[in-house]
Design a protein around this ligand. Structure first.
Ligand code: 0O2
Length: 267
């Protein structure tokens, strides 16, 4: 196939990957903006390289005309979670969405691969709008924890290095490392609620501080410099106490003060 043709085939997949990354990243931001814990930590994606597509077609004996149907991971998105429990939460979120439908799923958490690989895979149908009209295509979504991702990344590089001929001592080490990753994920799950509480408080504090600073900035337009300086000094005092409740109280009081100035300004 000509390179030009390949480019035109892969173009909608590029769009799908970009859209999916944007949607999942935005979902994480939405949780944080609403002071909620996000089960999504980070998102990445890629369109499979032509070499990789060809290798897979050769390995699985896929004819050219069946490439888009049988190579299900031309578009690939990876969602990284902090905790193993988040993986199921993310899978459920995806299943409820109206812009993606599930073709199949593979649970390598329950059925760990012989290599030690653990991850949750979904093959979805997703429609993109191209200049030729809508195109329904497939994408693979891999959902895993940071620890699982660490292991898979290293193992993938070693697979590449040894090209399917990994020495037994390396395989053994990887199996041991995979066991250690299982223990690590379990240990982290045990302190999950404490970590989530800490992260929520920190996110909440950051949102409140952002609101307060915006409010003070707006006050410069309607109040005297002396008054704003006084408010700013009080904010710094409250901020230094590191007490979230005091910060929330200050935020509410500042809202009332800002409303007062606003009412005066429109009179
Ligand atoms: P790349 O470079 O990530 O695109 P298979 O027949 O097992 O090769 P299949 O049937 O398409 O693949 O599905 P599967 O098993 O769900 O694997 C799809 C992808 O999962 C792989 O894509 C890898 O990204 C990842 N994966 C699966 N098994 C392993 C593993 O043992 N180790 C690591 N590190 N990753 C794995 P590709 O096409 O192999 O590669």
């Amino acid at each position: 196939m000509e390179i030009k043709l390949w480019r035109s085939i892969l173009c909608p997949y590029e769009l799908a990957v970009q859209e999916l990354i944007l949607k999942f990243t935005h979902m994480a931001e939405e949780y944080r903006a609403n002071d909620q814990y996000s089960p999504i930590e980070s998102v990445s994606g890629r369109v499979k390289s032509i070499t990789s597509i060809l290798e897979k077609m050769q390995r699985k004996d896929i004819p050219m005309e069946k490439m888009e149907e049988d190579v299900e991971d031309i578009a690939g998105v990876r969602i990284i979670c902090q905790f193993e429990e988040d993986i199921e939460a993310v899978a459920q979120i995806i299943k409820r969405r109206s812009d993606m439908s599930i073709k199949s799923e593979k649970d390598y958490l329950k059925h760990i691969k012989e290599s030690g690989y653990r991850s949750y895979h979904l093959i979805i149908y997703y429609t993109v709008e191209t200049i030729f009209g809508p195109k329904k295509l497939q994408a693979e979504i891999q959902i895993r924890t940071m620890a699982m991702n660490f292991w898979a990344t290293i193992e993938h590089s070693l697979q590449y290095k040894y090209k399917g001929d990994m020495p037994p001592h390396v395989t053994d080490r990887l199996i041991n490392a995979a066991d250690a990753i299982i223990s690590l994920d379990r240990e982290m799950s045990l302190v999950r609620s404490e970590i989530i509480d800490a992260q929520n408080s920190s996110q909440m504090q950051s949102n409140i501080v952002q609101d307060i600073l915006l409010c003070i900035e707006n006050l410069y337009k309607v109040a005297t410099q002396r008054e704003v300086m006084k408010i700013q000094d009080e904010f710094l005092r409250v901020f230094n106490t590191k007490d979230l409740m005091q910060l929330e109280r200050f935020h509410r009081q500042l809202d009332i003060i800002a409303e007062g100035y606003h009412a005066q300004a429109v009179r």
